[in-house]
Write a protein that binds this ligand. Structure first.
Ligand SMILES: Nc1ncnc2c1ncn2[C@@H]1O[C@H](COP(=O)(O)OP(=O)(O)OP(=O)(O)O)[C@@H](O)[C@H]1O
Ligand SMILES: [Mg+2]
Length: 361
């Protein structure tokens, strides 16, 4: 096992004035045995970053180290990593056993050792009864597990996953997520896992890296990223439905937005133009005579919860309430109340989080 260090990593495709820079100096220290998820929208550079760690893309600037060793100029085969892709092409004419054994055979690992390693991986992945089948005779989820088995038998120092679950249906994806967690608990191999799905990121990550346009917006545990998003991008990307972001004018204990003036439970960190972030679940609307006037437009029933869409002044706003509560009628106006612990402030110019004032002791 090994740590992974990304030091000011840059990637440019092409050369000279026409070069297209897609990774802009990423820094991260992934600890030995840690499971880190890289998450961000399509095109933000997730696969590129992963492929640079794997050695499948050249590094244009900075340094990548696996363990103590800088690997910038080390061939992929020498990096002691195993990668699982979205399109985990298995060899169609080989059995499950042969598919998993193939890499080891090429490396001339002795037969008995190959059998022992494949059997162990098959046991972990519950593929024991399927070793004689060909991929055609397997379900999507089983094929997915064979692809993981192929990675496990190599006993690498690092696992790299590039959206390995995106071909599975929702139920199987949730199930395989649990299997990957179990696998990581058992093997403890340092893992980098790429996904564009924030739910997958939140559920799998010990720490997550949120990427946007080739920049690392934030790195932290799922709890940290959810509770204290570092920018409006992270606030809008992590969490579903996303955080409400209201651009307005703060002054003392008031915030002017969408043509109305809201009373704040606590003054903003500074006066002037700011973005106020509020998660849909952090407001309530029961039995308040005073409060922020919220006009209900539409309601969605999702089972455990209801989403209420409407407007604060002229601004779109979303509220999340428990599914067992009686929903308000569309067209009605609710009075919202919120707690001061759940206000997020962002700078409209930089889009970065503005720290709250230290609370008086
Ligand atoms: N070979 C290439 N030549 C030029 N540009 C490339 C090349 N490969 C990728 N890019 C660009 O680099 C950027 C990052 O691509 P990358 O594949 O890393 O995105 P991603 O975050 O993995 O997206 P997705 O979620 O869609 O897989 C994109 O803008 C893409 O167009
Ligand atoms: Mg990708």
């Amino acid at each position: 096992m090994a740590s992974i260090s990304l030091r000011n990593v840059v990637k440019r495709y092409g050369h000279g004035p026409k070069a297209n820079q897609v990774i802009h100096g990423v820094n991260a220290e992934i600890k030995d045995g840690e499971f880190v998820v890289i998450v961000g929208p399509s095109g933000c550079g997730k696969s590129t970053l992963l492929r640079m760690v794997a050695g499948l893309e050249e590094i244009s600037g900075g340094e990548i180290a696996i363990g103590e060793r800088v690997v910038n100029n080390i061939e992929p085969a020498e990096r002691d990593i195993a990668m699982v892709f979205q399109n985990y092409a298995l060899y169609p004419h080989m059995t499950v056993f042969e598919n998993m054994a193939y890499g080891l055979k090429i490396k001339k690992v002795p037969e008995a050792e190959i059998k022992a390693r494949v059997d162990k991986a098959a046991k972990i992945l519950e593929l024991g009864g399927l070793l004689d089948r060909t991929p055609r005779q397997l379900s999507g989820g089983q094929r997915q597990r064979v692809a993981m088995g192929r990675a496990i038998v190599r006993k690498p120092q690092v696992f790299l996953f590039d959206e390995p679950l995106s071909n599975l249906d929702a139920k199987l994806r949730a199930h395989t997520r649990l299997e990957i967690q179990k696998l990581h608990r058992e093997l403890g191999v340092t893992s980098l896992f790429v996904t564009h799905d924030q739910v997958e990121a939140m559920t799998l990550a010990q720490r997550m890296i949120v990427m946007n346009g080739g920049h690392m917006e934030q790195i932290g545990t799922p709890e940290e990223v959810y509770a204290r998003p570092a920018s409006t991008f992270v606030a809008g990307f992590i969490g579903s439905p996303p955080m409400n972001l209201l651009k307005g004018q703060a002054q003392g204990l008031t915030f002017k937005v969408g043509g109305i003036t809201l009373d704040l439970p606590e003054a903003a960190p500074r006066d002037g133009e700011l973005i106020l972030g509020l998660r849909p679940e952090h407001l309530d609307h029961w039995q308040h005579e005073q409060g922020w006037p919220f006009e209900v437009e539409m309601i969605e029933m999702l089972g455990a919860e209801r989403l209420i869409y409407g407007r604060l002044g002229s601004e779109l706003f979303t509220l999340r309430i428990d599914g067992t509560q009686t929903p308000p009628a569309p067209g009605s106006t609710l009075k919202l109340a919120l707690s001061d612990k759940h206000l997020h402030w962002f700078d409209p110019q930089t889009t970065r989080r503005v720290e709250e004032k230290a609370s008086p002791q």
